[in-house]
Design a protein around this ligand. Structure first.
Ligand SMILES: Cc1cc2nc3c(=O)[nH]c(=O)nc-3n(C[C@H](O)[C@H](O)[C@H](O)COP(=O)(O)OP(=O)(O)OC[C@H]3O[C@@H](n4cnc5c(N)ncnc54)[C@H](O)[C@@H]3O)c2cc1C
Length: 405
């Protein structure tokens, strides 16, 4: 158990590490927060789509195991994050239901998808936190779009059916700024930014229940009474030095998407093309949009313990990716042309997606369709946290801290 005189090192200042550090500090425990980046919240946690998962996207896992695993964190994301930042998420959350569009090459056919959605809705109805989501989902319904409703969104023969589900997303860039402010305001958190951790080892070899030390290019840090590794794509490499064997299989995929701000409001639904290697659009507030086309944005895949450095792209390469994303989305969702015409700024950003799975999303047997294997791994006073999803991070951080104090 941790007490106020303990020294804690948290590795990684993404949403997981930052949330853990804040919860510990607010209980009076001093924390040193390490990150290789110059600022906290610079990587995947700043540049993702911000879908606060209720489980609908995981129709490739008909067992509902993934939906069950992500549901609780998704339902309590809003209140937990609002406690951490002191801000309401309402102004930066999508305001309409998500539309799932079933693609002709989907790995889950429309009727099976509809059946899956109804089963997820049933899970949600039974959950005690169903009233804590962005909208009360304790009696939520999933609607299949009429052909007229579908026709208003797409005229593409590639889309077989559409469904309305009550899922919401948040602007992760905005959330990242609020978490950085919260970290800055917390005197018990010492930030060690620009430090790449290379190893974590018990001070006395083999004594994992004793103090730990950290190694980095800038020298050694410690000793610490507890080390919490929340390094996402960098996690397994440090686990290995600590003596924790990575449970396989896993993969790291480096993905980029477009973050667009328009000059004028654009009225388009948030739509996801499912289930497989397709894309989506998120409309946060009619001016800020997230646009992705999976094959165009996937820049790197690795199953190594240490993934390679992300590719650096020149202006021409970036603009080719941008055009490719827009072209593919516009072919399915003609309304995306309005975003292109109105765009005032476009940023191509993203990060690593670590997953306890491998394979192609076009393959129904790929273990990437089953994402229930995430959580905390422990070796004495060393904890390694696989965040799983952005949406599950704040509540998992709270559980971890509750379990430690
Ligand atoms: C394009 C894209 C879309 C996504 N969409 C969604 C979505 O809609 N909903 C959802 O729930 N999830 C989504 N995700 C996944 C989500 O982004 C991640 O699950 C989440 O951000 C991981 O948080 P984290 O704090 O664990 O990792 P990060 O935010 O990546 O933080 C880890 C930190 O560790 C640091 N680090 C790594 N190695 C070292 C080292 N050796 N030494 C020091 N520092 C190191 C990094 O600099 C980084 O700051 C998406 C991801 C991507 C890339």
């Amino acid at each position: 158990m941790i007490n106020k005189s303990h020294r804690i090192a948290v590795l990684g200042a993404g949403i997981m590490g930052s949330s853990i550090a804040l919860f510990l500090a607010r209980r009076g425990v001093p924390v040193t927060l390490f990150d290789a980046a110059p600022q906290p919240m610079s990587c995947a946690s700043r540049w993702n789509e911000g879908k606060i998962h209720l489980g609908f996207i995981y129709s490739g896992d008909a067992s509902l195991k993934t939906a069950r695993q992500v549901l609780g964190g998704g339902l309590s994301f809003k209140p937990v994050l609002e406690t951490l930042t002191g801000y309401s998420l309402d102004p930066v959350a999508t305001i309409t239901d998500d539309i799932y569009l079933c693609h002709r090459r989907t790995v889950v056919q429309p009727d099976a998808m509809e059946d899956y959605f109804h089963r997820v809705a049933h899970l949600i109805h039974q959950h005690p936190d169903a009233g804590r989501y962005f909208v009360d989902v304790s009696d939520c319904r999933v609607g299949r779009l009429t052909s007229r409703e579908l026709g208003a969104i797409t005229d593409s023969p590639e889309i077989l059916a559409g469904f309305r589900v009550p899922e919401r997303s948040v602007s992760t860039n905005w959330v990242a700024d609020r978490l950085v402010d919260a970290l800055d305001a917390e005197s018990r958190i010492e930030k060690c930014m620009g430090v790449r951790i290379t190893a974590a080892r018990p001070v006395v070899a083999g004594e994992a229940d004793g103090p730990w030390r950290l190694e980095s290019g800038q020298g050694e840090f410690g000793p610490y009474d507890h080390v919490i590794n929340a390094l996402w794509e960098g996690r397994l490499a440090i686990d290995q030095t600590a003596g924790l064997r990575p449970a396989g299989p896993w993969s790291n995929r480096y993905r980029l998407s477009l973050f667009v701000r328009t000059a004028e409001p654009v009225d388009l639904p948030s739509a996801i093309i499912a289930t497989g290697p397709f894309g989506d659009i998120k409309n946060y507030n009619q001016r800020d949009f997230y646009l992705s086309w999976y094959p165009s944005g996937l820049r790197m895949e690795s199953s190594d313990v240490v993934p390679p450095s992300p590719p650096s792209l020149d202006d021409a390469q970036q603009s080719a990716i941008q055009d490719d994303v827009l072209r593919h989305l516009e072919a399915l969702l003609p309304g995306v042309a309005k975003i292109r015409r109105q765009s005032k700024s476009v940023a191509l950003r993203g990060g690593w997606v670590f997953a306890a799975g491998q394979g192609e999303l076009s393959n129904p047997d790929s273990t990437l369709h089953r994402r229930s294997d995430f959580g905390v791994f422990r070796l004495g006073r060393y904890l390694s946290v696989d965040t799983g999803k952005y949406s599950t991070a704040p509540s998992m951080a709270l559980d971890i801290v509750n379990g430690l104090i």
